[in-house]
Design a protein around this ligand. Structure first.
Ligand code: GLU
Length: 477
């Protein structure tokens, strides 16, 4: 059997968004499942669209996600170079073969003339086909004109690992450009040569290329090459399921997610399930589970929904699976500045309490700030509270006084605090939604916190009583 060789072939035209990296992940999974090779190739033949820094960015994104490649521009390999602009001689040689066999010719028309043909076709409500204008006696190709493929229109039937059995008629086959007048090949030509020379066995790519596949099949034939296995990925749609994913829907740079404290394993699990499932209800997958279970035949044909809320949920799931020690190491750079005056034990306790709710590391300051600093009294927390706002300040004060008295005698263990808080409910005749909200606001100045007794236990007696006093005097004003 042929060795499985897959490739990720991005153009260095911008950052890699979470949806865009799915192709890389699926190609990586297929290579690793089959003990094959995964290749990175830069497709940089459209110099106008190139973005500075994009190459390093693509490399960093793959590295961060743990999608290691065996061959590529920065690591070399048996078929180097892995950058298209460094392979121009190859394309020229293959182009020459096509010229010699009468399957490629110089395009003698100016851009304006080709445009005029296109407009004629539009006016006649006909699809534009260049081959209808194929010159009878094209000039010799000197590199200054585009080089075109002399196609052989015919119907095709082929199998796509995702889209199933497909077919097309001769009307979609045309004389497309192989080499542009700037000397660079088109994607349509270059990727076929590279995949053949690099012995790629499987091509995974986006749906935008589906309509061109009959033309590729025609060119493979002319070149005497066997086409690789093809797998066309469904579109990734925004959360409404209608439009293609846009930046506004969360098509964020994958490195931004990493910087915000998303775990690579969570991103990989989330990306894998954009259009794939294992046939059960399972929603999160470890890397090993993906290696065991992934198959192209279970990738769906219809568009996949990108929902950033689901990504948050998946990341929270992976965060909860970490041991406290592991999590503590990973969040080292995310603490609020005030935390630096506190020791590891205190920070770890605070982290242990918020682990349950933490969805990404950059949220840490917001969730833990009150552990490290006395936040100023925020009157709106009471005046905007559904229940508390209806109550008289005198009552709130009386309950806070009772709380103070009881807590003053506590050893501040979570167990003792829990007991006292329950007694306070009885003493005041209030529900937790009222009394505990009030105490929580007074001691944290935050609308939400982890379990109240546990929070107070970590804050300790001195801090808790001091904050109750501050809240009391604010209510007196
Ligand atoms: N360079 C193409 C792109 O970035 C890659 C398509 C392919 O994988 O063949 O869209």
């Amino acid at each position: 059997m042929k060795t499985v060789r897959t490739r990720f072939a991005p153009s260095p035209t911008g950052f890699l968004h979470v949806g865009g990296i799915r192709t890389a992940l699926f190609a990586w999974l297929v290579a690793r499942q089959n003990h094959g090779k995964f290749i990175l190739r830069f497709e940089d033949t459209d110099k106008k669209r190139e973005v500075e820094g994009a190459r390093q960015h693509l490399i960093d994104s793959l590295k961060q996600l743990g999608l290691d490649y065996d061959e590529g521009p920065d690591v070399g390999g048996p078929f180097a170079p892995y950058t298209q602009s460094e392979r121009l001689d190859s394309y020229k040689q293959w182009a020459q073969k096509l010229i010699d066999s009468g399957r490629a010719y110089a395009d003698p028309y100016s851009a304006e003339e080709v445009q005029a043909f296109r407009e004629q076709a539009q006016a006649a409500k006909q699809p534009f086909l260049y081959r209808n204008h194929r010159p009878e006696q094209p000039p010799a190709w000197d590199g200054s004109q585009p080089l075109r493929f002399k196609s052989d229109p015919k119907p095709y039937k082929w199998h796509d690992e995702v889209m199933g059995d497909l077919h097309s008629g001769p009307e979609v086959i045309d004389d497309f450009i192989l080499i542009k007048s700037d000397g660079y090949p088109t994607y349509n030509f270059a990727h076929i040569i590279d995949d053949a020379e690099m012995e790629v066995s499987h091509i995974m790519r986006g749906q935008e290329f589906l309509a061109s596949i009959p033309n590729y099949l025609n060119l493979y034939e002319a070149l005497g090459l066997e086409p690789p296995v093809m797998a066309t990925m469904p579109h990734i749609l925004g959360p409404d399921g209608k439009k293609k994913l846009s930046k506004r829907d969360g098509a964020k740079d994958v490195l931004d997610y990493i910087r915000d404290g998303y775990l690579p394993d969570a991103l990989v699990s989330f990306i894998a399930t954009l259009g794939w499932n294992d046939g059960t209800e399972q929603e999160v997958f470890s890397r090993q589970e993906l290696l065991d279970k992934f198959s192209l035949s279970r990738v769906q044909k219809s568009g996949a929904h990108f929902d950033e809320r689901r990504l948050l949920w998946v990341n929270g799931h992976f965060i909860r699976e970490l041991s406290l020690d592991e999590l503590y190491k990973k969040v080292a750079d995310y603490w609020p500045p005030e935390a630096q005056d506190h020791d590891d034990a205190y920070k770890k306790q605070a982290l242990g309490l918020v682990q349950e709710r933490l969805k990404y590391f950059a949220e840490l300051p917001e969730l833990t700030g009150f552990f490290f600093t006395d936040l100023p009294v925020n009157a709106e927390l009471i005046s905007g509270h559904k229940q508390l706002k209806k109550l008289a300040a005198a009552d709130l004060k009386a309950w806070l006084e009772q709380t103070k008295t009881s807590l003053a005698d506590s050893d501040f263990s979570a167990v003792d605090l829990g007991k006292r808080l329950n007694e306070l409910l009885e003493q005041t005749g209030q529900k937790p939604a009222v009394l505990f909200s009030l105490i929580r606001i007074a001691t944290t100045q935050s609308p939400a916190s982890p379990g109240l007794a546990e929070t107070l236990a970590i804050l300790g007696k001195e801090r808790s009583l001091r904050r109750l006093d501050v809240q009391l005097s604010a209510l007196a004003d």
